[in-house]
Design a binder for this molecule. Structure first.
Ligand SMILES: [Fe+2]
Length: 406
C-alpha cells in the first residue's frame, strides 16, 4: 500500500490524470493534444429582454459612473435605460457611435470624449464596431498606453475600469472574444489587438435587440459568424473543446439564417443566430480564424467592403481551396448541416449565401482584376491568421482565389 502510494505521488500530474481516467474506464487523454486556455467573460447573460436587468447589475457591482457607447439605431433602447440608472443614483453619459468600421482616428475622438467623463465602467451597445471600440476605450481610458503600442497580441498592460458588451447584431462575437480590430488609415491595414483584458466582465445577449436588423446586415453578419465557426473547426490549431462550439454554431446558423433574413421578427431564428454568433465568438480567443479573414482584410481596409460581406464572398472559395488539406473536417461540417459529402456541404453554404442576397463574386462588389495583386499583397501581411489555415496560402494561391471570384 505504502509503495503504491509513493509510486503514485512520484508520477507527473499528467500521469496522475491518466491513472485516474484509467480507473474510470476512460482511455488515456489524447496524447499530443495541445494545451488550450479558455478565457471567457465572467458572466454571459442570454435571453429575451435581459437588458432591463443591466442597471441593477451594475449597481450591485458598485459602479457609479457609466459611459454608454451605443449605435444610433439603439438610441430608444438607451433612452429607456437611463431613468433606471438615474433611480439607482448611477451617473451616465451616452456617446453615440455614428461611423462605419472603426478607424484609429475615430477611436481617438471617442476616447477623448470618454476620458472627460471619468467613467468607472464602459457599456458598449451595438454591432462589432461599437463593441470593439468600447473594449478599447475601457482598456486605454487611463492614458497609460497608446493604441499604436498595443497592436498585436498580449501587449495591453491591463484594464482599470469595468466593461460590459451588449451585441445588437449576430456576427462578430466581439462580446465574448478578447479581440478588437481597428483600421489604421495611415497604411490601409486592419490591425488586431488581442488581449484577455479586452474580454468584457459581462455580456448581455438579447435576441430581441436584433429583431430590427435589416435583412442585408442580418445576412452579412451571420456569414461572418459562420466563418468564425468554420475557420475554427478546420483550423490548423483546432481543439476538441472549441470544435463543439464551432459545430453547434455552424448548425444553428445554417438552419436559421434564411428564416431570419426573410422574417427578421422571427424569435426562434433570431435566438438561433444570436446563439450561433456567440459560439463563433467563443472560438475566436482560443483558436481564431484563418485564410477567409486574412483574405478579407484587404477588401475591408482598402476598399471599405463590410467585414461580413467580405468574408461571405470569400468563404465558399476558400473552403474549396482548403478541402484537400482537411477532408474529414469538411465532411463533418457537411454532415452537420444535413449533406452527404464535403462538396455538397460547401455547395449548401454557397446557395444559402445566394438565397440571402450575398454577391458571389468580388467583381459584384466593385473589385476589378487590376486590384487582385494588391489584395494578395495585403492578405499576405495577415500572417497571424494565415498560419492558422489548414493549407498553406502563398501569394500565388491568394491571387488564384481572388481571380476565381472575378
Ligand atoms: Fe469576423
Amino acid at each position: 500500500m505504502t509503495n503504491n502510494t509513493n509510486t503514485h505521488v512520484a508520477k507527473s500530474p499528467l500521469g496522475k490524470q491518466r491513472s485516474a481516467l484509467a480507473n474510470l474506464g476512460v482511455k488515456a487523454p489524447l496524447r499530443g493534444l495541445r494545451v488550450l486556455t479558455l478565457n471567457q467573460p465572467k458572466k454571459i447573460v442570454f435571453g429575451a429582454n435581459i437588458l432591463q436587468q443591466l442597471p441593477e447589475d451594475l449597481q450591485s457591482s458598485g459602479y457609479k459612473r457609466v459611459l454608454i457607447l451605443f449605435t444610433s439605431p439603439l438610441r430608444n433602447v438607451v433612452n429607456t435605460l437611463i431613468p433606471s440608472f438615474d433611480n439607482l443614483s448611477i451617473l451616465t453619459q451616452s456617446l453615440e457611435y455614428a461611423f462605419g468600421e472603426p478607424t484609429v482616428d475615430y477611436f481617438h475622438s471617442l476616447l477623448e470624449e470618454g476620458q472627460e467623463f471619468h467613467p468607472d465602467c464602459v457599456v458598449g451597445i451595438g454591432g462589432g464596431s461599437v463593441l470593439d471600440t468600447a473594449k478599447l476605450i475601457a482598456a486605454l481610458l487611463d492614458g497609460e498606453q497608446k493604441i499604436s503600442e498595443v497592436f498585436g497580441k498580449n501587449l495591453l498592460s491591463g484594464r482599470n475600469i469595468g466593461l460590459i458588451c451588449v451585441p445588437t447584431t449576430s456576427g462578430t462575437g466581439s462580446e465574448v472574444s478578447p479581440n478588437a480590430i481597428l483600421l489604421d488609415e495611415s497604411d490601409s491595414e486592419k490591425k488586431g489587438i488581442i488581449s484577455p483584458f479586452l474580454l468584457p466582465d459581462a455580456c448581455y445577449i438579447d435576441p430581441v435587440l436584433m429583431t430590427g436588423l435589416p435583412p442585408k446586415i442580418t445576412a452579412e453578419t451571420a456569414m461572418d459568424a459562420l466563418s468564425h465557426c468554420i475557420e475554427a473547426y478546420t483550423n490548423k490549431f483546432s481543439h476538441p473543446v472549441v470544435d463543439n462550439y464551432a459545430l453547434a454554431g455552424i448548425k444553428l446558423i445554417v438552419e436559421n439564417l434564411e428564416t431570419a433574413y426573410k422574417d427578421g421578427q422571427n424569435p426562434e431564428a433570431r435566438s438561433a443566430l444570436a446563439l450561433g454568433s456567440m459560439y463563433g465568438g467563443l472560438c475566436l480567443g482560443p483558436v481564431n480564424t484563418a485564410a477567409v479573414h486574412a483574405l478579407s482584410y484587404g477588401l475591408g481596409g482598402k476598399y471599405h467592403i463590410s467585414h461580413g460581406l467580405a468574408n461571405a464572398v470569400l468563404l465558399p472559395e476558400v473552403m474549396k481551396f482548403n478541402l484537400d488539406a482537411a477532408p474529414e473536417k469538411y465532411a463533418k461540417i457537411a454532415f452537420t448541416i444535413g449533406e452527404n459529402t464535403a462538396l455538397e456541404g460547401i455547395a449548401k453554404i454557397k446557395s444559402l449565401s445566394t438565397a440571402c442576397g450575398i454577391p458571389q463574386k468580388i467583381s459584384d462588389i466593385g473589385i476589378e482584376s487590376s486590384e487582385v495583386e494588391n489584395l494578395a499583397d495585403l492578405a499576405m501581411k495577415v500572417t497571424r491568421l494565415l498560419v492558422n489555415n489548414p493549407r498553406e496560402v502563398t501569394r500565388a494561391d491568394a491571387i488564384n482565389i481572388y481571380t476565381e471570384l472575378l
